[in-house]
Design a binder for this molecule. Structure first.
Ligand SMILES: Cc1ncc(COP(=O)(O)O)c(C=O)c1O
Length: 388
């Protein structure tokens, strides 16, 4: 780089995403099967697409208010009340963002002061650590363990606290582990959050994908509700990744501050896509159920098959990822994925892309057709025969 010293030094030293790095290599090869990307394979349901088309046809092509269309904010609040029994006010407690991604960015920039620490249970979605650092904060990783079903335990949370802790990130159901926290699990960490006066940033983007129990939002705990910041969006639940619509639910003071960043950098989320999201949130419950059944079938199939071919895989309770252990091969997760790509043309994501705690695992997304999943299992089985 010729501008080494002239660019922002925090940005310079942030590692590029371990997922993207891998898929850049995969894209240079022919006939690669990829189970790497975390995006549902369904085309957005027609009535939702139609709402976007209709908005454009009707000339709804102008900026909306910064916080997003009131109809959408009302829809989001009634959705949270209906599905998760949490009440928010559409005027005060919601901001519509450009995907969950913008939501993560602006909330961290809103609360972080230089040197503040954020507790990050890992393996974690790749964006959190980078955004915490870009916001001037320090990441404090807490390893989640398979023996705890990748849940955050009160002991682990307590150990990571310091007098600089500003927030803890909660992502349940989680990417990449599929870990889920029940009401009883949250009840054990809520007093710690309360006593230490920290924020709980809960990314609930996979809330509609919990297989054995209904999703519990930590925002249901009234005693810390003011300290809970909910991030969610439309990408995963309604297969709307390309629309880029997400939101934050939080105390009015937090939303007003987030809105300052949002109004100067983004103005508002895309207008026709906000109309599509209104249709999704008001009339999309059946679409969620249909996609859910299909994901559940794929999850059951892939977990059974991975264990059969010798990769020990715990049954994830949520999201659409499995996280098998590759320790039986003796390879590091990066070596495993590189060799697999080279020898079998199969692309997976190395577990260490999600933090050090992910070493010894790989992430496989099953948001792909059963046909592709079956082919991938055949390739994996063939690959593993060299390591026995
Ligand atoms: C845990 C988690 N949060 C947030 C996002 C961002 O989603 P989007 O910006 O499409 O809403 C993702 C995407 O994979 C994710 O896995």
């Amino acid at each position: 780089m010729i501008f080494d010293e002239e660019i922002n030094q925090t940005i310079r030293y942030i590692k590029p995403s371990g997922i993207r790095k891998f898929f850049d290599i995969a894209s240079t090869k022919k006939d690669v099967i990829s189970l790497g990307v975390g995006e549902p394979d369904f085309i957005t349901p027609w009535h939702i697409r139609e709402a976007a088309i209709h908005a454009i046809e009707k000339g709804r092509t102008f900026y909306t208010g910064n916080k997003g269309l009131l109809l959408l904010r009302e829809g989001v609040c009634s959705y949270y009340h209906r599905r998760f029994q949490v009440d928010y006010d559409p005027h005060d407690n919601v901001i519509i963002t450009v995907g969950g991604s913008e939501a993560i960015d602006i909330i961290l920039r809103t609360i972080m002061q230089p040197g503040d620490e954020v507790i990050l249970p890992t393996p974690a979605y790749v964006a959190y650590a980078a955004i915490i650092e870009m916001a001037g904060g320090k990441v404090v990783e807490v390893p989640l363990e398979e023996k705890d079903e990748f849940k955050l335990t009160p002991e682990a949370l307590k150990k990571a606290l310091s007098n600089r802790t500003k927030a803890v990130i909660l992502n349940f159901p989680g990417n990449p582990t599929g870990g889920v926290m029940s009401e009883e699990d949250y009840a054990k960490i809520v007093p710690i959050i309360k006593e230490n006066g920290i924020f709980a940033i809960t990314d609930e983007i996979y809330a509609e994908l919990t297989y054995e129990q209904k999703h519990c939002s930590i925002a249901q705990f009234d005693e810390i509700k003011d300290r809970v910041i909910v991030i969610n969006g439309f990408s995963k639940a309604y297969s709307m990744t390309g629309y880029r619509i997400g939101y934050i639910l939080a105390h009015k003071d937090i939303i007003d501050m987030c809105n300052k960043i949002h109004q100067y950098t983004i103005m508002c989320a895309t207008t026709p896509c906000q109309y599509a999201a209104i249709e999704a949130v008001n009339n999309g419950d059946n679409d969620i159920e249909e996609m859910f059944e299909s994901f559940k079938q794929r999850r059951n199939y892939i977990v059974k098959e991975l264990n059969r071919i010798g990769l020990k895989t715990h049954m994830p309770q949520g999201a659409f990822y499995v996280f098998p252990s590759i320790s039986c091969t003796g390879l590091s997760s990066e070596d495993f994925c590189e060799k697999l790509l080279e020898e079998e043309n199969l692309a997976l994501v190395p577990g260490n892309a999600f933090g050090d705690a992910g070493e010894g695992y790989v992430r496989i997304s099953y948001a792909y057709s059963l046909q592709e999943i079956k082919l991938a299992i055949e390739k994996l089985e063939h690959f593993l025969s060299n390591y026995r």
